[in-house]
Design a protein around this ligand. Structure first.
Ligand SMILES: [Fe+2]
Length: 309
């Protein structure tokens, strides 16, 4: 079992690095955290960085999780190699670029680029963004899955993820006490589906709602409240069609609740995404498309595709 201790950063390709960087700083409200050739780093909390935009293919995404130490990383690599997951051990240059001590990269069964990192850098500087969006930190991602049953088994059997709730076939997964650090949404191709930052409260959500509309940013969903995590939310569109989310008030599942916690099954319909009545304009959350993929996933599960790895 590979113990993921935290979600650490996402790296997103873009054709227009300057425009993506402007969005991250001036619209999303992150703080610039330096640059490399073809790369711009951004902070959302006290960590060195949690988002990187890279000059390149907008379909290329990577998500990093922190593991305990070098021994744990080595053991994780061996487990993944035994599952034929095509592990790429990190180079010194690669570690410097990621501002970590060491790392490895692999693809999950859907083909998502995942990185495991050791000792990612923290920062002694206060998080001080240019736009006061009220961000308190990078918190979770939506990840695309081409087979939610297979991938749920991978993340919960090979990794330490636990299912907090399901909407249709889409599991919301935790690796610590936060209700979810990742959610797997059925799709026909891999990649990051949305990037979440927590904000302080409802004032930040509503202030951003009016700000984003004024800036001509497409609102995808919300303001609303998720019945699963209990968080209030707002989804909007960023560069290259990436969906960003602000949310606040996510439920915690405390260690003492772990033994008795039971995930709830929500049907794949708008009220399972928003208890206020907001309807998603996001393909993976929409009823017709989501439900078709949900039916397909369960048909496939019935044929016995419950293998991890
Ligand atoms: Fe989310």
């Amino acid at each position: 079992m590979i113990l993921l201790r935290d979600i650490r950063y996402v790296r997103l390709g873009t054709r227009d690095l300057d425009a993506a960087a402007r969005f991250a700083r001036d619209i999303l409200g992150l703080e610039s955290a330096g640059c490399d050739t073809g790369a711009r780093y951004f902070r959302s909390d006290s960590r060195d960085h949690t988002l990187v935009y890279l000059q390149g293919d907008p379909q290329e995404h990577a998500t990093a999780f922190e593991v305990e130490n070098r021994e744990a990383l080595h053991a994780a690599g061996e487990v993944l190699e035994s599952l034929k997951r095509d592990v790429k051990w990190g180079t010194k240059t690669g570690a410097e670029q990621r501002r970590v001590e060491s790392y490895l990269a692999f693809k999950d069964p859907s083909g998502n680029n995942i990185e495991l990192v050791v000792r990612p850098h923290h920062s002694g500087r206060e998080y001080f963004p240019q736009r006061a969006a009220g961000i308190t930190g990078f918190s979770h991602i939506g990840l695309r899955t081409t087979d939610p049953v297979r991938d749920e088994a991978f993340w919960t059997q090979v990794m330490n993820a636990r299912v907090s709730d399901r909407i249709g076939a889409a599991p919301l997964l935790r690796i610590d006490e936060v209700h979810h650090r990742m959610a797997l949404f059925p799709s026909s191709y891999p990649g990051v589906q949305h990037v979440n930052h927590q904000v302080r409260g409802i004032d930040d959500i509503m202030r951003s709602y009016y700000f984003l509309k004024e800036q001509g940013v497409k609102i995808g969903f919300g303001p609303g409240r998720h019945p699963t995590s209990g968080a209030i939310f707002l989804y909007f569109e960023g560069p290259d069609g990436m969906v960003y989310e602000y949310s606040s008030g996510v439920r915690l599942i405390k260690p003492e609740e772990e033994a008795s916690y039971r995930p709830r099954q929500f049907p794949f319909e708008p009220s399972s995404f928003c208890m206020w009545g907001s309807r998603p304009d996001i393909p993976e959350f929409r009823e017709t498309e989501g439900r078709a993929r949900y039916d397909k996933a369960f048909a496939a599960a019935g044929e016995g595709s419950r293998h991890a790895g």
